[in-house]
Write a protein that binds this ligand. Structure first.
Ligand SMILES: Cc1cc2nc3c(=O)[nH]c(=O)nc-3n(C[C@H](O)[C@H](O)[C@H](O)COP(=O)(O)OP(=O)(O)OC[C@H]3O[C@@H](n4cnc5c(N)ncnc54)[C@H](O)[C@@H]3O)c2cc1C
Length: 509
């Protein structure tokens, strides 16, 4: 019998036959994430544990047979992070319980396989929130995926990325003992998981944004916040396609409206123009679109305070005739007016989709990355030049713009959300993959920091020669401590074993 068959039998002995499979139709169902470039990849074994102890037992068996493992939450990854060729795919979505919602001390304890949609549906009726509401894919994406991908989402301008609300985790280390540890205050076995720092070094950080390379997160302790009861949304459109002004305005809004802004999203002119051609109910008059559109979500604890935020934002945006108030109805008669906008979870998980699905039926090789806001004008220029210079190397019919939207984060940085589109067909995969890595390396060279890294982005950072040899050695040493047999999430960061010479992947563009 092969070692996969032996391991299958032993794991089946631990979790029963209902939640383990090696059937082809199941392997096919788990063979992809959301991207057009990776080929289908089939795991040898797919397993759906229900408890931390079961995860630990599976890890021990994987170590016994030296079989690699990849953790998977909702599988909504865009960069090949939660699929595996061969090995064990650990689907964590049965670990979906809420263990505690502490309304007195504003934290909660959940299993990592719960979706954002399920958690927030419990919190919001109680008037509490996680602040950042997880990714646009939050109806299927999990808390574990959000922590592992350093996810941004609705609420990120004010509350930061998902790891920013994390107070600690319970993790199964991929070592031969399947060791279970807790981080944050919960590392003190007498303490509640109410804070992150002060018990030991911040080992929580080791597992944040690790794309499942350092451990299998089974529980998470998250900050909670009282939900601001009054909210408003306003649109403004710039009178010129001017990214120096985008920076200036974003900076001013940050400085003068501060935490009053829950989310700030800028839609580039080209995207607004494209959207206006695709809407169902076009207005009779062509829309006057001259510059990027600012979408400003504000919130407060009192209507009087909110009114001040609204007034201040209006003053900043309209001063010197730089921008004017705008309504989506100028492009689309079916859009709701900003004054009628009401927050709901459906909005939080759908607002991105308008831009993401611009060029159906293609899907995107995403290159979402963060840059400091002062470099916005330069990044727009560099990204546009890159796309023009390498136009012929993109997949046929592909669309690439510097960003579908710019999404602002708390301390003076913003995300260029975007990528380029390709058809989900075998004939285009290699072309798409080559261009994907090339574009990512270009971004790394202009100083970008990505957030989800999966395989394609983590490898591209290595290819761009971004890490010093000292950093790579440190990274490997730490990983070796938790994963001595190198079994968890191979391939990411071009790591294939501890002796592997990653420098042969460096590309001199
Ligand atoms: C329509 C759409 C909209 C999206 N919008 C956003 C967005 O707004 N912001 C954003 O950041 N991303 C977005 N994404 C990308 C992605 O969905 C998110 O990053 C999401 O957080 C992934 O969660 P998941 O549970 O699906 O993770 P998966 O895809 O299952 O896994 C993601 C990574 O985390 C690892 N992992 C998962 N669970 C665990 C665990 N418990 N322990 C250890 N490692 C684990 C996996 O190995 C993998 O590397 C979007 C994707 C789609 C398709």
């Amino acid at each position: 019998m092969s070692k996969a068959k032996d391991a299958f039998k032993e794991i089946e002995g631990v979790i029963g036959s209902e939640f383990i499979t090696d059937k082809d139709f199941m392997k096919a169902a788990y063979s992809r994430n959301v991207d057009p470039a990776f080929p289908d990849r089939w795991a040898d074994i797919i397993v759906r544990p229900e408890t931390t102890q079961e995860v630990s037992e599976i890890v021990k068996i994987a170590n016994k047979y030296k079989i690699h493992m990849v953790p998977r939450g909702g599988g909504a990854d865009l960069v090949g992070g939660s699929v595996t060729q061969g090995g064990i795919l650990l689907d964590l979505t049965r670990m979906n319980r809420i263990l505690e919602i502490n309304e007195d001390d504003y934290y909660c304890e959940v299993e990592c396989g719960i979706t954002w949609g399920a958690l927030l549906s419990e919190l919001h009726p109680r008037g509490i929130t996680t602040g950042v509401l997880g990714p646009g894919s939050g109806y299927s994406a999990t808390i574990g995926g959000g922590l592992s991908n350093s996810t941004a989402g609705f609420g990120s301008t004010k509350y930061g990325l998902v790891p920013d609300i994390c107070l600690g985790v319970e993790v199964v280390l991929p070592n031969p003992h399947g060791t279970i540890i807790r981080t944050g205050a919960a590392a003190n076995k007498y303490a509640k998981p109410f804070c992150r720092y002060g018990v030991a070094p911040d080992f929580t950080g080791l597992f944040m944004g690790d794309v499942g390379t350092m451990g299998i997160k089974t529980k998470a302790f998250l900050k909670l916040f009282p939900e601001s009861p009054v909210k408003a949304m306003r649109y403004y459109i710039l009178n010129k396609n001017d990214y120096d002004k985008v920076f200036e305005l974003a900076h001013k809004l940050r400085k003068e409206v501060g935490d009053g802004i829950r989310d700030l999203v800028v839609i580039p002119l080209i995207i607004a123009q494209l959207l206006s051609t695709q809407v169902e109910e076009k207005p009779l008059k062509r829309p006057r679109l001259k510059g990027p559109i600012f979408t400003i979500h504000m919130e407060a604890f009192d209507q009087r305070v909110l009114d001040i935020y609204i007034e201040k934002a209006n003053e900043i945006m309209t001063k010197d005739n730089v921008a004017r108030p705008f309504e989506l109805q100028e492009m689309d008669l079916s859009a709701e007016l900003s004054k009628d906008w009401k927050f709901n979870l459906k909005y939080a998980f759908n607002y991105f989709n308008m831009a993401i699905s611009l060029g159906p039926p293609k899907i995107s090789c995403t290159t979402c990355h963060k840059v400091p806001i002062s470099s916005i004008p330069e990044v727009v220029k560099k990204a546009t030049e890159f796309d023009a210079k390498y136009r012929k190397e993109f997949p046929p019919g592909s669309m690439s713009v510097f960003a579908m939207v710019l999404f602002f984060l708390p301390n003076g940085n913003c995300i260029f959300v975007g990528g380029f589109s390709a058809d989900n067909v075998d004939a285009q995969r290699q072309i798409a993959m080559n261009m994907w890595h090339k574009k990512l390396r270009h971004q790394v060279h202009y100083g970008a920091a990505h957030y989800w890294l999966g395989e394609s982005i983590s490898q591209s950072i290595v290819e761009a020669d971004a890490y010093t040899p000292e950093f790579m050695q440190f990274f490997r040493d730490i990983k070796k401590t938790v994963d001595p047999n190198f079994l968890l999430s191979p391939n990411k960061f071009h790591m294939y074993n501890y002796d592997y010479d990653y420098t042969k992947h460096i590309v001199r563009d």
